[in-house]
Design a protein around this ligand. Sequence first.
Ligand code: ME8
Length: 493
Amino acid sequence: MVTKVKNKFYITTPIYYVNDQPHIGHAYTTIVADVLARYYRQKIGKENVYFLTGTDEHGAKVAESAALKNISPQKFTDQISQQFKDAWQNLAITNDDFIRTTESRHQKIVVNILNKLKAVKTPAGNEVLYETDYEGLYCVGCEKFILESELVDGKCPDHNKEPEQVKEKNWFFKLADYLSIIQQKIESDELTIYPKARKNEVLGLIKQGIPDFSISRSKKSVPWGIDLLWDKNQKAYVWVDALSNYITALDYPKGKLYQKFWPADIQLMAVDILKFHTLYWPAILLALDIPLPKILAIHGFFTINGQKMSKSLGNVVHPDELVKEYGAEVTKYLILSQFSFGSESDIKVEEFPNKYNADLVNGLGNLVNRITKMVEEYLKGKIKIDDLENISLKIGTEEMIEQLNFKEALFKIWARIQDCDTAIDQDKPWILAKSKNIKDQEKLKSVLGKYIKDLYIISINLKPFMSETAAKILKIITASKIKKPATPLFPRK
Ligand code: ME8
């Protein structure tokens, strides 16, 4: 099992940059977190689950985007952050909190964290933070220092832009003194990095040697950020500010939420921010003497119709467009059923209409119609199902969700839908219904009862993915008189 949950579950997504609007990449991680949060709420109780997401609002990248729009960074971040909140609401995401790094509750704690780091020593007896002159290349798009060797034709390969030459005095974090501890914790899976290929990738990075990282930027070059109390010329580096959100949102160190929910049970992200979360974040936590998260789960970066998503290519897909076309639950289904968590793959948006028709209109929706119509016509809507509560609901989706195999879990549910359709074709209840033979009448009741049980099992397993749809089906099939729904669950388009 990937997730190892006992009595509480704390799940986080990255906090997204507000330099641009939410897109389907942000939506994927957030939808996955939502499925897990819903699943564990069912399993261990609502009060024992905490699901955090939010927005990352400081730094050069956001400030530049605001300047381009000719508005203040605060006004700009207010606007875009609201777009993320709205997008998640439109997708029926059930996050318990939404943190913004410009909120004072966050900033106050980041100041504390930085002051603590300034005061502590590494296990080797060095200062955790030290000041040094730094000269190098900085990619604003990545918000990170980048090596010459990482460039392609002199440009950052992810942003297709030349990095800036930076020469400034910064505060650095003595990562070198923590790498062997982190390595041991990753090797032993005390800090689990999933999937294994990513674990090996991180261990490889450690072996190559990772330089210390900066925790501040000069105020002159990056004025939009949190002040360092002990150095008026410096602001906190946006990554240290951002990573802290996972504990500031819980009101570290004394808050009730922090006491109950830290360490995180699972922190989700894509591979783009692997190094920050698997090396820098554990190092910061170790220096603060805070337990490490249990699992860092890294999904692939997907392309859209075979191409990298980018504004210049004009292929950015926004979740709101999909929600408008299909509604929240179908959008979640279409995204999750196309993309396997661990792999890098492609999302084919042009296949969404076909998939919608095949899986939802002709698949689940039609099955519900077919079964309820027969119960209504042949048995006047009355069917006695004993012991719905006690039937086995297990079709393997629980294990799959716990192993982050969401696409495969959906596949299992849809296999059950298909099996039920096939059983109906074979049983031919319409022939049984015409027969006056008592045995045929009994068989008719028994097969229809079995289909209703199937719908019950399908709905329960569908709950973490499509809870409203599941609730609708459950309401229809547990009514005292079953009727075919007046409008189909999924309208044909
Ligand atoms: O990196 N495929 O924010 P960000 C899959 N603020 N997932 C994708 C994706 C794609 N094509 N594009 C984005 C940042 N994502 C920082 C994080 S956390 C302390 C700070 C998802 O707006 C995926 O989860 O660039 C990825 O890790 C995240 O969005 C990056 O979001």
